[in-house]
Each structure stands twice: as structure tokens, then as C-alpha cells.
Design a protein around this ligand. Structure first.
Ligand SMILES: *[C@@H]1O[C@H](CO)[C@@H](O)[C@H](O)[C@H]1NC(C)=O
Ligand SMILES: *[C@@H]1O[C@H](CO)[C@@H](O)[C@H](O)[C@H]1NC(C)=O
Ligand SMILES: *[C@@H]1O[C@H](CO)[C@@H](O)[C@H](O)[C@H]1NC(C)=O
Ligand SMILES: *[C@@H]1O[C@H](CO)[C@@H](O)[C@H](O)[C@H]1NC(C)=O
Length: 372
């Protein structure tokens, strides 16, 4: 009996793997989110047909990312490109999978690392003992400024949200004071009881207005703002991308705090409680955040990949005519794919393999919020 099952399985294996070569359906319907993206999709479809790329591309307009997930599920679309947090929702809540992912560096599918940055002069600072410390976050509900650092603090048992699952309250009780731009906005604080100390490291604009605003009016907003917050000694630690400091150096940012910035004055705090130099982000980060990937139904993984492979063979490196990884001429950036894409790589494993263990762990900390 067991042997017969095994034989049946072995006979089925080649069928499973060829099922994508001799496939019935040859059209891939892409879910797009804007006029500009729809235009690029239509241009790609026309150019693919003109160059005799096997298969057909159609473009359908989705209302938002959630609508595209619903459409892929019910078959009114086949594919859409999504960013990390949405990939988790597509997989975890909707049972969808990935056909391909972007590689920006030509080697892997990592978009950036989330790092914890501090002044070198702050001794006695450890990421494992952040209680009562002060912190600077790019913004509420952002991957860099909220999901990853708060997920890390939950994962290391420094923060517990309890049965109420009230993250802002737990974070406010934990840190001494912080700047989390937007935490007191109506949208994120409908009852108005998010802790005030989550805005106490914010400084607002030149006239002390818009303190804690979820926009650039708050001068500690965004990744550059969080770095400034630490550079100005208001926060002990800033949660930023590994690239943030370099993006604001060498005159790229003309504000006086950035002109005064010295690489030697800063260090990284590592999740194991140690510290490292600024160039050590590959070993010393809270999470590696994956690049965008193409969400599909499980049974379409191979078929959509094969079509994308043919498209990028013709349009991936185009020096003239249609170019797959450029959005020039459409009035917006990152249409269909990120403009920083070097090539698309196949995703053979499940969506969690693309998201990676560190990032998946961070997202799991938020499960009590009823993610779906
Ligand atoms: C090919 O793409 C270009 C834009 O790069 C567009 O202007 C042109 O109309 C497209 N060709 C077809 C046949 O759709
Ligand atoms: C598929 O889902 C979309 C988005 O929810 C909806 O607009 C559409 O009517 C659905 N179509 C079918 C055939 O179920
Ligand atoms: C933290 O994450 C690791 C995997 O990265 C996991 O093994 C561990 O159980 C997590 N700890 C908690 C308290 O969730
Ligand atoms: C473009 O060309 C480079 C160098 O030959 C190669 O490494 C890369 O994979 C190509 N990209 C695509 C999308 O084919």
C-alpha cells in the first residue's frame, strides 16, 4: 500500500513540473493601480506582441492593493507586484504565492536593512536593554520606524502588549520619550489616548508648530529626520535604513545638522546587544526587508514566471525602445516594477522564503491586531 502510494507520487512528479510548459492559458492579466501604471502595462503588452513574445499581457485596473489580492483570488486578475507588508497579507490572509521577485543588486532579493543607529559617545547602550531610553522613529506604522523595531522589542520580550493588543500604549510605557511622527493623528489615535511621550523627542517646524506631524513639517519625520533626532542628541537610538546616513552625507543634505554629521560619531546597535561600525549592516541589523515581488495564485507560479522570464529577456536590458525597469516618460516612478530593479528572479519557495526569517518574525509580533 505504502509502496503503491510512493510509486503514484513518483509518477506524478514529472507531471507537476511540466504542467507549466504545456499550459492551456496563455494570457497573464496584470492588476495595475494608476493611469500611469496602466499606460506602461499597455505599452508593454503592445511591444511584447510586436516582438512575438509568446503569451499575452492584459491590464486590469484595481482600486487598491487589497482589491488586486481579491481579483487574483477570484481569477479576474493573475498577477500584481507588491511590497513586503502586502506580500505577507497576500500569503497569510489570502493563500496567494509569489512567481518572481525583484533583485536590486543583482545578487539577492533584499531591498534594504533596518538598522538601529546611535551616537558613538553613548556608552552603556544595548538594544537588549532599551527600557526608559529615548528613541527616534521615521513614522507611525512604517516598516522602518514601527513594524520592525517594535516587532523586535516584542520578539526579545522587552515589550508585551497584553490582551488589549495596544501597541502605542505598550511602546509609550517602555521608552522614556520618543518621536513617532503621526502617533497622535486621528487616524492612528481615534480615541486620543496614545501616550504623549511618544511625541516628546519631536520638534515640529521652525516655528514650533506641527509637532509630531506625520509629514516633513515635523523636522524629525522620515528616515533623515530620525537620524537628525539622534545627531541632535534628543534620542539615544534612531531606527533607519542602512543607507540613510550615506544619503545625508557629503553635502547631499544641506541642512546644518547634516553638514555637521561625522561618520565616526555614529555606530550601529546589533540585536544581540553588541555594537558595530556603520558599514557592518549585513551582520548587524534588525531585519532584512525584501524587495517587491509578483503575487499570483499557487497554480500560476510557474506559468507567470515563464512569461516574465521571456519579457525580461527582451525588455530587461533594452537600450532603446520599451524598457521593463524604467518608468521614464510616464510621470511617476516604480511602475509595474521598481525602477531600481536589476533583474527579476524566480521564487521557487513559499512567500515566507521571500520575506525571510527576520522580517517574518517581526510581522508575526502584530498578529493580535487581526492582520487580515
Ligand atoms: C512600445 O512602447 C513605447 C514606449 O516605450 C510606446 O510608445 C509604444 O506605443 C509601444 N508600442 C506598442 C506597439 O505598443
Ligand atoms: C472579483 O473580485 C473583484 C474585487 O473584489 C470584484 O470587483 C469582482 O466583481 C469579482 N469578480 C468575480 C467574477 O467574482
Ligand atoms: C524571536 O524570533 C526568533 C526567530 O528569529 C524565534 O525563534 C523566537 O521564538 C522569537 N521569540 C519570541 C519571544 O517571540
Ligand atoms: C542585463 O545584462 C547584465 C549584464 O550582461 C546581466 O547581468 C543581467 O542579468 C541582464 N538583465 C536582465 C534582466 O536580463
Amino acid at each position: 500500500m505504502e509502496r503503491r502510494l510512493l510509486v503514484a507520487f513518483l509518477l506524478l512528479l514529472p507531471l507537476l513540473s511540466v504542467s507549466c510548459v504545456s499550459h492551456q492559458k496563455s494570457t497573464v492579466t496584470w492588476c495595475v493601480l494608476s493611469d500611469a501604471e496602466e499606460q506602461k502595462c499597455l505599452d508593454l503588452a503592445g511591444n511584447a506582441t510586436a516582438k512575438n513574445v509568446r503569451g499575452n499581457l492584459q491590464c486590469v485596473r484595481g482600486l487598491n492593493t487589497g482589491d488586486c489580492m481579491d481579483r487574483i483570488k477570484n481569477g479576474t486578475a493573475d498577477a500584481a507586484s507588491m511590497f513586503a507588508d502586502d506580500i505577507y497579507a497576500a500569503g497569510f490572509c489570502h493563500g496567494l504565492e509569489l512567481a518572481a521577485g525583484e533583485s536590486h543588486n543583482g545578487l539577492d532579493g533584499i531591498s534594504y536593512y533596518v538598522v538601529a543607529m546611535a551616537r558613538r559617545s553613548s556608552s552603556d547602550l544595548s538594544l537588549l536593554e532599551m527600557h526608559e531610553r529615548s528613541s527616534c522613529h521615521p513614522g507611525i506604522r512604517t516598516t522602518v520606524g514601527w513594524t520592525v523595531p517594535i516587532g523586535y522589542l516584542v520578539n526579545t520580550s522587552q515589550i508585551s502588549v497584553g490582551e488589549q493588543c495596544n501597541f502605542p500604549r505598550a511602546v509609550g510605557n517602555f521608552f522614556g520619550y520618543s518621536c513617532v511622527p503621526g502617533v497622535k493623528d486621528l487616524q492612528h489615535d481615534p480615541k486620543g489616548n496614545n501616550p504623549k511621550n511618544l511625541c516628546e523627542a519631536c520638534i515640529g517646524d521652525e516655528n514650533d508648530r506641527h509637532i509630531c506631524a506625520n509629514s516633513h513639517r515635523e523636522r524629525h519625520y522620515g528616515e533623515a529626520g530620525a537620524l537628525r533626532c539622534v545627531a541632535e542628541n534628543l534620542g539615544d537610538v534612531a531606527f533607519v535604513k542602512h543607507t540613510t546616513v550615506f544619503d545625508n552625507l557629503d553635502g547631499k543634505n544641506q541642512e546644518s545638522w547634516a553638514l555637521d554629521l561625522e561618520l565616526e560619531d555614529l555606530k550601529l546597535l546589533c540585536p544581540d546587544g553588541t555594537e558595530a561600525g556603520l558599514d557592518q549592516h549585513e551582520h548587524c541589523h534588525l531585519a532584512a526587508v525584501p524587495a517587491n515581488a509578483v503575487v499570483v495564485r499557487m497554480e500560476d507560479k510557474c506559468r507567470v514566471w515563464k512569461y516574465l522570464e521571456r519579457l525580461q529577456n527582451v525588455f530587461g536590458n533594452a537600450t532603446e525602445g520599451f524598457s521593463l525597469f524604467s518608468s521614464a516618460g510616464y510621470g511617476q516612478s516604480d511602475l509595474l516594477f521598481s525602477d531600481a530593479t536589476h533583474h527579476l528572479q524566480r521564487v521557487l519557495g513559499s512567500y515566507t522564503s521571500w520575506l525571510g526569517p527576520s522580517y517574518t518574525t517581526m510581522l508575526q509580533a502584530f498578529e493580535c491586531e487581526g492582520f487580515c
